[in-house]
Design a protein around this ligand. Sequence first.
Ligand code: HEC
Ligand code: HEC
Ligand code: HEC
Ligand code: HEC
Length: 373
Amino acid sequence: MNDKTAWSNFWLGLGGAVAAVVGVGIVSTFEWPDTESVQVGHRGNGMVQVYNQVALANQVAETSFPEPEPVDEPFGLSAGEIYENVQVLGHLDVADFNRLMLAITSWVAPEEQGCLYCHAEGEALSSDSLYTKRVARRMIQMTMTVNQEWDQHVAPTGVTCYTCHRGQPVPDNIWFLDPGQWRGAGIVGNPAGQNMPATAAGLSSLPADPFVAFLQDDPANIRVAGLEALPDGNRTSIKQTEWTYSLMMHMSTSLGVNCTFCHNSRSFSDWEQSPAQRTTAWHGLRMVSSLNETYLDPLQGEYPAIRLGPTGDAPKANCATCHQGAYKPLYGYSMIGDYPSLAAYGPPELQDPPMPMPAADGTGGEASPATSQ
Ligand code: HEC
Ligand code: HEC
Ligand code: HEC
Ligand code: HEC
């Protein structure tokens, strides 16, 4: 064998190896059939959701749907009559109250800690010494608010602690303020949040963080399309439109759907041509901003430092916190019917919305500094 054949064999071998690696790479990243198309709009306008049945079946199989706790006979006395420090659930019958404590434990607390996750060992159950208990009290109020005030978004499925928590203290999908762009302005200029692939924006090159602008207090305007045929008076820029698209990517990926779940793509802005889901989403956007502003952000002072974001802000919610990849959280599996105590506020003397944060010493009523700023 002369040098020439050795070389060409070498190149052939190398070429073959590269082709094999690339081939395996390509084939294994293909989406496997079977896909199913579900029509959501009128015939012929392309409003179709394409689902990969295998992926969907796996996603459903990975979701657990908890059985309701057994219901006990009413005890005949309210929690407020028996217990010492019940500021939001005092109106419940003692049997209901205890059943809810059991459920909350299974929905939120780590298994090895159980009740002790919120009730300090060796202290009375009425003690508020653990931050988890104080946060949980506010969470109970938030859950009641969602079910009572935001029924245009969540009814009839409703929301319990499990919708977000799924058996763990920190929900899978939370967000914090971004500490700033990791790439300085420098020679390439300000990237405006772009080209930093983020799961929030569906790994696209759109702005990486649509939450600050749209899912907090005083949300920015999402609608960017002009209402006139000619550009007249609409000063919205391409840059603003990119933020809108980034948010839309987050909404689509959170729900596991395409844009056409909510829009007829021949006119994204026209409500007449949009399915009802877009109206539900409109309420959802307002709900999420309001929950972050009223409940989640003000809890900042309660959490230990380890739970706070890089800039010291409290963990916040977005569409994925509840939806977790499903068009309805838990694919529409409703738990609220089994827990009517979380479906609505108690009597006004216990909760007169917007509910002030109960004080840590258990006296209740006064707004804490965290909420009154
Ligand atoms: C995720 C937090 C959390 C867990 C876990 C939890 N609790 Fe509670 N518990 C609370 C909150 C919040 C209150 C106060 C409710 C209120 O203010 O209306 C409370 C109050 C109580 C009270 C009333 C005490 C008093 O005298 O004021 C009892 C009794 C109680 N819990 C029992 C339990 C038991 C038993 C378990 C375990 C099965 C448990 N809790 C698990 C959050 C929790
Ligand atoms: C809309 C979603 C949502 C719902 C519904 C919800 N939570 Fe939360 N919860 C959160 C978020 C977000 C956090 C912040 C996560 C963190 O602590 O890092 C949180 C934190 C907590 C914490 C503190 C966890 C820790 O270790 O820091 C407790 C306790 C808690 N929730 C209890 C409850 C209870 C009890 C309910 C039902 C009455 C409930 N939550 C309902 C979103 C939710
Ligand atoms: C879950 C429903 C939902 C999904 C999915 C969705 N959108 Fe939207 N979209 C909305 C809602 C609601 C608004 C209006 C928001 C408002 O007015 O606050 C909107 C507004 C828009 C606008 C601005 C329209 C105007 O009047 O200026 C554009 C553009 C848009 N969406 C594009 C998209 C694209 C592209 C996708 C897919 C990547 C998408 N949307 C996915 C619900 C959705
Ligand atoms: C607090 C939990 C929660 C959050 C956060 C949340 N949703 Fe929902 N959403 C629900 C529930 C529960 C339903 C089911 C309502 C029903 O039974 O029809 C729902 C339903 C929807 C639907 C209707 C689906 C259908 O098939 O009819 C859309 C669209 C939607 N949500 C969009 C959003 C968007 C967009 C966001 C973020 C801006 C969001 N949701 C945030 C709880 C939530």
